[in-house]
Design a protein around this ligand. Structure first.
Ligand SMILES: CC(C)(COP(=O)(O)OP(=O)(O)OC[C@H]1O[C@@H](n2cnc3c(N)ncnc32)[C@H](O)[C@@H]1OP(=O)(O)O)[C@@H](O)C(=O)NCCC(=O)NCCS
Length: 164
């Protein structure tokens, strides 16, 4: 059996790998699709915008990831530090990959990584308050509502030592 590379974040049903230049054609297709960006700013993006924002590292230290189911890319995720021990995550799955519990699985794996490897003790996510599916998914992943932030609901997860 092959060892898992260090930069792979492993969940039960999903894994997350760094999004790099090699994924630019794939991500360009995804972010050009109005359905994919419906809960991600709402506006389809150009290849140049995707290259600048979603492949590799960008200021302020956003880390871009592909969500995989097996070897198949099924979504995009990122994390953004806010302070030395906390920050936020965002995620969008392809329509065909939604509704199977993959989002919460990837979120749990990412939270575990941010806690155990990055040393974070607070992870936030801020879905639109009207995005009931996302709120349900993040609740399943261990996030709790903090309160409204404009049109969004701020949610947080404070991983405990036992969850590392
Ligand atoms: C949000 C997202 C990552 C969740 O991942 P997922 O794998 O689809 O989540 P799940 O399969 O666990 O399903 C979500 C839950 O919401 C429920 N749900 C679906 N539609 C719902 C609705 N309209 N209202 C309330 N709950 C809803 C599902 O029943 C499921 O709960 P259950 O397991 O208790 O039945 C994914 O759906 C996605 O990428 N959506 C589009 C982009 C997006 O909204 N990103 C989040 C931005 S913060």
């Amino acid at each position: 059996m092959q060892d898992t590379p260090d930069d792979v974040i492993v969940g039960e049903a999903t894994s997350l790998v760094p999004a790099t230049e090699e994924h630019l054609p794939l991500l360009t297709d995804w972010f050009a699709d109005p359905e994919f960006v419906r809960n991600w700013g709402g506006r389809p993006l150009t290849r140049a915008e995707v290259a600048a924002k979603y492949t590799g590292r960008r200021r302020p230290a956003v880390v871009s990831l592909l969500v995989l189911k097996g070897v198949a890319p099924v979504g995009y995720a990122q994390y953004v530090p806010a302070g030395p021990r906390d920050g936020g995550i965002d995620m969008a799955l392809l329509p065909h990959a939604q509704g199977q519990g993959l989002g919460p699985d990837a979120a749990r794996a990412l939270v575990r990584h941010l806690h155990a490897v990055m040393g974070w003790d607070r992870v936030t996510v801020d879905p639109e308050a009207s995005n009931h599916r996302a709120i349900r998914a993040w609740t399943k992943a261990g996030f709790r509502p903090v309160g409204p932030q404009g049109s969004r609901l701020l949610m947080e997860c404070r991983p405990s030592p036992s969850s590392a």
